[in-house]
Design a protein around this ligand. Structure first.
Ligand code: ZN
Length: 156
């Protein structure tokens, strides 16, 4: 008899309440590491470029999602892109209310698939889909090779 066969009503399910401590480390992977190291050292964004089918992606990948080839080429795309969409956020990802609403936008880069979702520093009435925006990075000496090295996007 399997578990599914033996339980026919949810009232038959027993459970324990408690907490399990979980520690983890998240890695960026090969391509993600290149992306954040490039921001840290060169103040630039890179995209992956597939040598087999020509597909380009930001965030960069270590293999091609289109043809599964290994990716060995990464191209500079600069810090300026196009605001593809945006929204006003009143709560953070943990449900804690921001003191002031924040604008989050999807920024796309010319000739590259994908995009970067990040904070946009501007009042919503000053934003338009399609407008040019540029990433504002931390000063080079303060960068750590993490997403927070990107402070925000602002009108280019
Ligand atoms: Zn490909």
């Amino acid at each position: 008899m399997s578990f599914k066969d033996s339980i026919t009503q949810t009232t038959q399910i027993g459970y324990f309440e408690g907490a399990i401590p979980v520690n983890y480390q998240y890695t960026f992977g090969i391509a993600g590491d290149k992306f954040f190291r490039t921001i840290k050292t060169k103040g630039d964004f890179i995209a992956s470029k597939c040598s087999e089918c020509g597909s380009t992606k930001i965030y960069p990948l270590s293999y091609c999602e289109e043809c599964f080839a290994n990716i060995k080429e990464y191209i500079s795309v600069g810090l300026t892109g196009e605001l593809y969409s945006f929204t006003e956020c009143h709560y953070d990802y943990q449900g804690i209310e921001h003191k002031e609403p924040r604008i989050m936008g999807l920024v796309k880069f010319e000739g590259v698939d994908g995009g970067i979702v990040h904070r946009v520093k501007a009042p919503p009435e000053g934003l338009k889909v399609g407008m040019k925006v540029k990433a504002k990075l931390k000063p080079k000496t303060k960068r750590e090779g993490v997403v927070d090295d990107i402070l925000h996007f602002e009108k280019a």
